[in-house]
Ligand binder design. Structure first.
Ligand code: GRF
Length: 225
């Protein structure tokens, strides 16, 4: 089979994994998932993978001497399926520099903030604490520095009066799913490419993140076409 192949990493609920599966099933995403990999054997994402009949592998960090040894084991399993792209979709562990370099230009992550604002955890609460009027999600290349790689695409939502971190997270989640599917589709079709200097879109270096429209399509920001 020659379709663009994805290895998905996840640690928790797996709703982004499910969104990828749904998009593949209904023809919106020309790709196939060749494996799901986790640090948490009991997580829901692995159950979703199992139910879908996917190759699923989990390695617990506590069974390894250190981060490097755990990454080595988990990512040897990833390398074995020879993915075209590794998608961190709610993989909640920092990946060692050695492993990031091993898969340089082949690994993306979805992060629930408008990067470069709010790398790291608790993004919804931090957006509210900062009094911001806009929140969102970003799909970015994984580099050794946390949540700091070039950003391919973003989805934006307004912060509403009375929002709680939970309400914001719930409103953002379906936009995250659409963002991830549209981003992976651009990479699968070759419209977007990740190289050493960052992303290219339609053959040109991407100057600013693509933006997700209400129609779930990604477009350049006005002024950056
Ligand atoms: C998402 O909010 C994602 O952006 C973040 O972790 C969450 C994972 O959700 N990195 P799920 O496991 O895909 O449901």
């Amino acid at each position: 089979m020659s379709a663009f192949s994805l290895a998905v990493l996840a640690s928790g609920r797996g709703s982004n994994l499910q969104a990828l599966l749904d998009a593949i099933a209904d023809g919106r995403l020309p790709a196939r998932i060749v494996g799901v990999f986790s640090d948490k054997p009991a997580c829901k994402a692995l159950a979703i993978a199992g139910a879908a009949g996917l190759h699923a592998v989990a390695h617990r960090p506590r069974d390894y001497a250190d981060r490097d040894a755990h990454d080595q084991a988990l990512f040897d399993a990833v390398a074995a399926v020879q993915p075209d792209l590794i998608v961190c979709a709610g993989y909640l562990r920092i990946i060692s520099e050695r492993t990031v370099r091993r898969f340089e230009s082949r690994m993306i992550n979805i992060h629930p903030s408008l990067l470069p604002r709010h790398p790291g955890l608790d993004t919804h609460a931090r957006v509210l604490a900062a009094g911001e009027t806009e929140h969102g999600a970003s799909v970015h290349a994984v580099i050794p520095a946390l949540d700091a790689g070039p950003v391919l695409a973003q989805a934006r939502i307004p912060v509403l009066a009375g929002d709680t971190p939970e309400a914001l997270a719930e409103r953002l989640l379906p936009r995250e799913h659409a963002l991830l599917v549209a981003s992976v589709a651009l990479l699968a079709t070759g419209r977007a490419r990740l190289g050493a200097a960052g992303f290219e879109f339609d053959g040109h270096p991407l100057a600013a993140p693509l933006q997700l429209g209400a129609d779930n399509h990604l477009r350049p920001e006005p002024g950056h076409a």
